[in-house]
Ligand binder design. Structure first.
Ligand SMILES: Cc1cc2nc3c(=O)[nH]c(=O)nc-3n(C[C@H](O)[C@H](O)[C@H](O)COP(=O)(O)OP(=O)(O)OC[C@H]3O[C@@H](n4cnc5c(N)ncnc54)[C@H](O)[C@@H]3O)c2cc1C
Length: 376
């Protein structure tokens, strides 16, 4: 039986472990804390699922497949992991990112509709869209209960035979290659046919020279009135303003936050306290778009980290024979979890080479795949 050690039980590591176990691999999942622990990027209370990715159809197709995956996982777990509230995109230009997204969605037969800015009032109790060119409605987009989904995925992986080891693993030097196909845990070396390092924002401390920058991201939820809940109000993204949010899920309040890159961050010891400037920034956006919400109290906050590559393309690279680095999610990798794990398993099985876009090579800066067109 082929063996693999997956390090990191965020959604990428847990989904990969589950998929590999279900396709005949003997899997060990090594996690320093616990699946769903609060330092993980995957432990955000919620994450958006959307198929729009500007003019890119690869991620759009993968997101659509992942939606099926989440619905199936939710059925298996007997839980609603995904709230399909739909999503409204606020387009500032007639021929910008949202226009390109709509073209791609139409080509892929993924439902979407172009609406007038005045239609925003049909979706939200209060809405100002006089600065917008149009709205793009994506009815099959929505919101994942992310932290819970990560815990469920890791539990399903264990039920499928994955051995979960609670420890910090470190890479091992190879004899004739930079790294050996093994991990070191508390001085002991553990070998496998493959090793996958799915360590999110911790990857730069484990491997030198990766094209990954880690940033602090403040997330804010406001105490909005009950009509601002999911699925009654949809999720929303203002790509041009790097702003996004959604109605209340499970009583943590209405999310309104920024996708702009925060300051450099260290995920293990960095303070998990939001900056007062982030609150002011979010209020400034609410004042412009949903004016009645601008002075609401903050109900819930989270600090999380992005593991950003310069071009927001992910990293799936064999850094030594059998040793794979899986990371650089660039703040848009949660939704794809189940489908991306299928792709990763195919690569590990040798069924195909990873797309060149995922390689460990110099990259040209671009934010196009994220929900961030510009900073506020
Ligand atoms: C504020 C914010 C908003 C986001 N919004 C969205 C969104 O709306 N939609 C979307 O799709 N994505 C979104 N994302 C991105 C998404 O959360 C990430 O793409 C995803 O969670 C990445 O998962 P991961 O498994 O790569 O990393 P993580 O979840 O960070 O997991 C890495 C794990 O590795 C473990 N680890 C690290 N080093 C070691 C070691 N040496 N030994 C053992 N274990 C180790 C860590 O403890 C951790 O558990 C957002 C991210 C943030 C921060």
């Amino acid at each position: 039986m082929k063996s693999v050690i997956v390090v990191g039980s965020g959604i990428w590591g847990s989904s990969s472990a589950l998929r590999l176990a279900e396709t005949g691999w003997q899997v060990t999942l090594v996690e320093r804390h616990r699946p769903g622990h609060v330092r993980q990027a995957s432990a955000g209370e919620t994450r958006l699922l959307r198929c729009s990715h500007g003019d890119d159809d690869w991620y759009a197709r993968l997101a659509w497949q992942a939606r099926e995956g989440w619905l199936r996982l939710g059925e298996r777990a007997g839980e609603d992991l995904y709230v399909e509230s739909g999503m409204l995109w606020f387009a500032r230009k007639p021929d910008g990112w949202e226009h390109a997204s709509a073209q791609v969605l139409k080509n892929l037969d993924i439902e979407c509709e172009v609406l007038d800015p005045a239609d925003g009032r049909r979706f939200f109790p209060d809405f100002r869209g006089d600065d917008l060119s149009f709205l793009l409605w994506e009815p099959n987009a929505g919101v994942l209960r992310a932290r819970r989904a990560t815990q469920v995925t890791a539990a399903l992986a264990q039920a499928a035979g994955v051995r979960l080891v609670r420890a910090r693993a470190v890479p091992v030097a190879g004899d004739e290659a930079p790294y050996g196909c093994a991990v070191e845990i508390e001085g002991e070396i553990h070998h496998a046919d493959r090793v996958v390092w799915a360590c999110g924002g911790w990857l730069p401390e484990l491997f030198d020279g990766l094209p990954i920058t880690v940033t602090k991201q403040d997330t804010l939820h406001f105490a909005a009135p009950p009509q601002w809940s999911l699925p009654e109000t949809p999720a929303w993204v203002d790509h041009g303003a790097s702003a996004y949010g959604h109605g209340d899920v499970d009583g943590v309040g209405m999310k309104a936050t920024s996708d702009a890159e925060g300051p450099p961050y260290e995920p293990e010891h960095g303070p998990r306290v939001v900056d007062p400037g982030s609150v002011e920034q979010a209020r400034g956006y609410l004042r412009r778009r949903f004016p009645s919400l601008a002075e609401l109290p903050v109900l819930f906050t989270q600090v999380c980290q992005y593991a950003l590559t310069p071009d927001a393309e992910w990293l799936l690279a064999e850094v030594s024979p059998g040793v794979w680095v899986l990371g650089g999610d660039s703040g848009h990798g949660f939704k794809h979890g189940p489908a991306w794990a299928g792709y990763v398993a195919g690569v590990l099985d040798g069924a195909y080479e990873p797309e060149p876009r995922f390689g460990d090579h110099p990259r040209t800066p671009s934010r196009g795949l994220r929900t961030s067109g510009q900073t506020w």
